[in-house]
Design a protein around this ligand. Structure first.
Ligand code: FMN
Length: 222
C-alpha cells in the first residue's frame, strides 16, 4: 500500500483480535516514528509500552476512580469547555456514529458508560502505548508530539496493525503515572490502543467523514 492509501485507510479501531503483537513489531513502529520532525530536533516524545497486565491495572484503577467520582486532573485540556460550531456538530456526529454502530441510543446512559469505560482497558488491545512529554516544554513541542503519534499510527498500518489514539487515558494522569512509574515531570498526552483489528466487530464498521479540501484551503496566486 502506498503512503496516500495508508493515510486514507487509517481509522480508529475500538475492538481487537485476541492476537499478540510482538515487541519486535512495536520496536519497528517506534524506530520509524522517531524520524518525525521536531523543532530544533528536540524529539520531545517519551513512550511507555504496556502489556495486558498493565492494561488491566490501568483500566481497573481509572474505572474505580470514575465510579468514586474522583475529580479528573488532566495535565492539559484537550477539548474546549464550551463547544461552538462547526466543532459542536462534528463532535455530535462522531459520537452518534460510534454509539449507533453499537445500537446504543442517546438515553442509554449506562450502556454508553460501559462502552466509554472500554477506553481505559485500551478497547481490549494486547498493547497499550502511553505518550508523555516533558512538562517543561512549550506548545511547539506538543505539535511535534502530534507528528510523532501520527507516524506511530501510520507505521502500525504498514505492519497490518491498527490503533486508536486515546485522550481519555489522560483524564487521570496521576493514576497512570503511578502504575507505570513515571514522575510528574512528564505530562501524559494520550494513550493508544494497538493491535489487530477485529474487522467483524460492529464498532469497527463505521467511518467518520471529512470536509472537502476546498472548505478548509485557500489557494492564493494559483
Ligand atoms: C489525540 C486524540 C485523542 C483521541 N481520544 C479518543 C478517545 O479517548 N477515545 C476514542 O474512542 N477515540 C478517541 N480519538 C479518536 C477520534 O474520535 C477519531 O480520530 C475521530 O473521530 C476521527 O475518526 P478516525 O480516527 O476513525 O478517522 C482520539 C483521537 C485523537 C487524535
Amino acid at each position: 500500500m502506498n503512503l496516500l492509501k495508508i493515510m486514507k485507510s487509517r481509522h480508529s479501531v475500538r475492538a481487537f483480535l485476541d492476537k499478540a503483537v510482538t515487541k519486535t513489531d512495536v520496536t519497528t513502529i517506534l524506530e520509524a516514528a522517531r524520524f518525525a520532525p521536531s523543532g530544533v530536533n528536540t524529539q520531545p516524545w517519551s513512550v511507555i509500552v504496556v502489556n495486558h497486565d498493565y492494561i488491566q491495572q490501568i483500566g481497573k484503577a481509572i474505572t474505580t476512580a470514575k465510579e468514586a467520582n474522583t475529580p479528573e486532573s488532566p495535565d492539559y485540556h484537550y477539548y474546549p469547555t464550551e463547544w461552538v460550531e462547526p466543532y459542536k456538530s462534528r463532535r455530535k456526529a462522531c459520537g452518534l456514529a460510534l454509539y449507533s454502530s453499537l445500537d446504543i441510543t442517546l438515553d442509554q446512559t449506562e450502556k454508553r458508560k460501559i462502552q466509554w469505560y472500554r477506553n481505559y482497558f485500551f478497547f481490549g488491545a494486547p498493547v497499550g502505548l502511553l505518550f508523555f512529554i516533558d512538562a517543561k516544554l512549550e506548545k511547539g513541542s506538543w505539535v511535534d508530539m502530534g507528528m510523532f503519534i501520527q507516524n506511530v499510527m501510520l507505521a502500525a498500518k504498514t505492519l497490518g496493525l491498527d490503533t486508536c489514539p486515546q485522550a481519555s487515558l489522560a483524564e487521570h494522569p496521576d493514576i497512570v503515572r503511578k502504575i507505570v512509574n513515571v514522575s510528574q515531570e512528564k505530562a501524559l498526552l494520550c494513550g493508544m490502543a494497538l493491535g489487530y483489528c477485529d474487522v467483524n466487530h460492529p464498532v469497527n464498521q463505521f467511518r467518520t467523514t471529512r470536509e472537502d479540501v476546498d472548505t478548509f484551503t485557500q489557494f492564493l496566486g494559483f
